[in-house]
Design a protein around this ligand. Structure first.
Ligand SMILES: Cc1ncc(COP(=O)(O)O)c(C=O)c1O
Length: 461
């Protein structure tokens, strides 16, 4: 017997429930036609008699305006639309090989293989704070294995959704539990910082950081602005490889900044998205953070494994809050759970398993550091090659900042019009502030970029 769906009511006319089900059936385009014929007799216009009528009226979202593309991710959208065979994407902050291909580290493949072959692994939920091993090892990576703060259990570390998620959880925690809701961010900074902090409810102010005249650090401006920040304000610091400028303070300058931050009672919030990726050494790139932890004071640190382990899409990161005592850290962790639970409940398992697997095996850990250094070295070599190519062309200007800056990006100093002309004539894509990803360059593409820069600075004011 054929089942009628939805069934008619006992009185022959459809009940409200029947009508809702019929509308649903039409919308989904399933069921037999008896359902439709029944509905066509529906006298109630409130429940639309026709699926097309129901969906042809104005959308309840009709007044929504088209949002602009994200300024960074939008570069890739424009690049993808360009049919030119010579096009070059230097906008994306992701590592590429000499062949211009994304890279999955060999050690990551090995770890994944082990994970897949391990039949004892299950897909249960992780705790709200993530994988305990991963958290412990992440803290060791950034604070150092012999960090007193770790030994004294003064750090609350929670696994988060990569660097962005760690920043957001940290910001949400501060809005709820810290007395000062103003965060000072460097000018310029990664474009997502102001959005992440504003959405969390912090009030965002900036401090001077970059000096366009020297294409280096505006150290005096930085000290003045942090010096006049109100006591207790939060200060965002890029742990290394400042994005977008590639300009980091020297060790002496970091020490000055530390003294100022501590003397004013500011709360440092480190963003560590490039540990190991800048210099090739995990320890060197964590030096700034370790200086602040060594003085016994408190701070926050957001870690990302996107770049240094190439786990971009796995969304693996950690937020640590370094506290004065173990007791405070325990209570802080309990409150972090209350921030995370209604946000995404608990973090994903796979990426953290990869990181923990690599960290727990001495041989794999060594392999990771070698692969990481190779990525950093390739970027450093791209800097030299681009600098040499511009010198060889006699391109007007001092391009030494290309080799002095560090990390994934070079802040070229090219203006918006010059960037636009390079995109139009040379199909080279980058953010409009003139930031280029050195990781997207190769020996093969350096001459093309150097030609484009040369043309832009000689022809466009
Ligand atoms: C300075 C900085 N912080 C944080 C991030 C966050 O990256 P993710 O969320 O992919 O880890 C990035 C990525 O480009 C960055 O450059």
């Amino acid at each position: 017997m054929r089942t009628q769906f939805p069934p008619s009511s006992a009185h022959g006319s459809p009940s409200p429930t029947d009508r809702r089900l019929s509308a649903l059936v039409r919308h989904l385009g399933v069921g037999d036609h008896s359902a439709s014929s029944m509905e066509s007799q529906d006298p109630n216009p409130a429940i639309s008699p026709s699926a097309t009528a129901a969906f042809s009226g104005d959308s309840v979202f009709a007044n929504i305006v088209q949002a602009p593309e994200d300024p960074i991710l939008g570069v890739t959208v424009a690049y993808n639309k360009d049919p030119s065979p010579v096009k070059l994407n230097l906008g994306v902050g992701a590592y590429r090989t000499e062949e211009g291909k994304p890279l999955v580290l060999n050690v990551v493949r090995r770890a994944e293989q082990l994970i897949i072959n391990d039949q004892s692994r299950v897909k249960e939920y992780l705790p709200i704070t993530g994988m305990a091993d991963f958290n412990k090892l992440s803290a060791k990576l950034i604070f150092g294995t012999d960090s007193p703060a770790i030994q004294e259990n003064r750090i609350a570390t929670v696994q988060c959704l990569s660097g962005t998620g760690s920043l957001r959880v940290g910001a949400e925690f501060l809005v709820k539990h810290y007395h000062n809701r103003t965060i000072y961010i460097p000018q310029p900074t990664w474009g997502n910082h102001p959005k992440v902090f504003t959405m969390a409810g912090l009030s965002v102010k900036s401090y001077r950081y970059y000096d366009p005249a020297t294409r280096g650090l505006n150290f005096q401006g930085l000290l003045e602005d942090l010096g006049s920040a109100p006591s207790g304000a939060i200060v965002l610091l890029h742990a290394c490889a400042h994005n977008p400028t590639g300009v980091d303070p020297t060790t002496e300058q970091w020490e000055h900044i530390r003294q100022l931050v501590r003397s004013k009672g500011l709360l440092p919030f480190f963003d560590s998205a490039y540990q190991g990726f800048a210099s090739g050494s995990l320890d060197t790139d964590a030096q700034s953070v370790r200086m602040f932890v060594a003085d016994g004071g408190e701070c926050l640190a957001a870690q990302s494994y996107a770049k240094n382990m190439g786990l971009y899409g796995e969304r693996v990161g950690a937020l640590s809050i370094v506290c004065r005592t173990a007791d405070v850290a325990t209570r802080v962790e309990s409150q972090l759970k209350l921030v995370i639970r209604p946000m995404y409940s608990n973090p994903p398992i796979h990426g953290a398993s990869i990181v923990a697997t690599i960290f727990k095996d001495r041989d794999m850990y060594t392999e990771w550091t070698i692969e990481l250094k190779a990525m950093a070295d390739r970027i450093i070599s791209m800097r030299q090659q681009l600098f040499d190519a511009l010198r060889a062309r006699g391109t007007p200007g001092d391009w030494s900042h290309i080799v002095k800056q560090i990390g994934m990006f070079t802040f070229t100093g090219l203006n918006t019009e010059q960037v636009a002309s390079m995109t139009k004539e040379y199909h080279i894509y980058m953010t409009s502030d003139g930031r280029i990803s050195m990781a997207g360059l190769s020996s093969r593409t350096v001459p093309h970029l150097a030609d484009a820069i040369h043309a832009a600075v000689t022809r466009v004011a």
